[in-house]
Design a protein around this ligand. Structure first.
Ligand SMILES: NC(=O)c1ccc[n+]([C@@H]2O[C@H](COP(=O)([O-])OP(=O)(O)OC[C@H]3O[C@@H](n4cnc5c(N)ncnc54)[C@H](OP(=O)(O)O)[C@@H]3O)[C@@H](O)[C@H]2O)c1
Length: 228
């Protein structure tokens, strides 16, 4: 069994890569920096998801896979008014457009080979009107894209779901203002952020053991801070 994890060099993606490798997958990690100490059964590839041609070239070298995890993501501290047009394009390319293009490419391949699973990292940001407007728009769009893929390729064995966590203890949250972090923790049931391992366990379940009937779904993980 073979898996691609985008953005698996640290944070949630690294946890997912390690868990899939422990389950026996050959794991191919795509990121802009190489993983320093490589776990067994893992190959680290340099690919910037903002550059779709470079990413596709790497994916073609890897060959057909059973699992794709769309995990690479970037959040900015900019307000809507501060965003320049090229920054909007960059955010959308990394967080949405190229993740969807890659998913379509691999879903077609999976369908031709009898099936496969795609799990995307969405976010609570896709539901709440996030301060990083383009990040929130991307995450909402990505969840919708997984639904579209489930409908298009589901009859051919492709399962595509989204995990949408609230704040997670990783580098991404490190630079958030302390006041905002305290406010976000206060509205959870257990007054804490999610861990990368908790998200990775959910993602890996959807990528492996979850019933095939679960398709096109969005799994919220926000500990009561935003029930819907
Ligand atoms: N942390 C949170 O609070 C939270 C909450 C909800 C959802 N999420 C989502 O979960 C995913 C992982 O987040 P995280 O917290 O683990 O973030 P992180 O600690 O900042 O790690 C981001 C990962 O994505 C990679 N990456 C970023 N831009 C990339 C690009 N252009 N091309 C290739 N790889 C790229 C990074 O590797 P390189 O720098 O080496 O490229 C890194 O491995 C993201 O999609 C994020 O939006 C996070």
């Amino acid at each position: 069994m073979k898996a691609i994890v985008t953005g698996g060099s640290r944070g949630i993606g690294l946890e997912i890569s390690n868990m899939l490798a422990a389950k026996g997958f050959d794991v191919h990690v795509l990121s802009r920096t190489r993983i320093e100490s490589l776990p067994t059964k893992t190959v680290s590839w340099i690919a910037d998801i903002a550059d779709y041609e470079q990413t596709l070239d790497v994916v073609k070298q890897i060959g057909p896979v059973d699992v794709l995890i769309n995990n690479a993501g970037q959040m900015n501290t900019k307000t809507a008014r501060d965003y320049r047009l090229e920054e909007i394009h960059h955010s959308l390319n990394v967080n949405l457009i190229n993740a969807v293009r890659l998913s379509v490419h691999l879903a077609e391949q999976m369908a031709a080979n009898g099936g496969g699973r795609i799990v995307s990292l969405g976010s609570i940001a896709g539901q709440i009107g996030h301060p990083d407007i383009w990040y929130g728009i991307s995450k909402a769009g990505l969840a919708n894209a997984m639904r579209s893929l489930a409908r298009t390729f589901g009859a051919h064995g492709v399962i595509a779901n989204t995990v949408a966590p609230g704040p997670v203890e990783t580098d991404m949250m490190k630079n958030a203002p302390e006041e905002r972090k305290a406010r976000l923790k206060a509205v959870t049931i257990n007054q804490r952020f999610c861990t990368a391992a908790e998200v990775a366990r959910t993602v890996c379940w959807l990528a492996t053991d979850a019933p095939a009937y679960i398709n096109g779904e969005v799994f919220d993980m926000n500990n009561g801070s935003n029930y819907r």
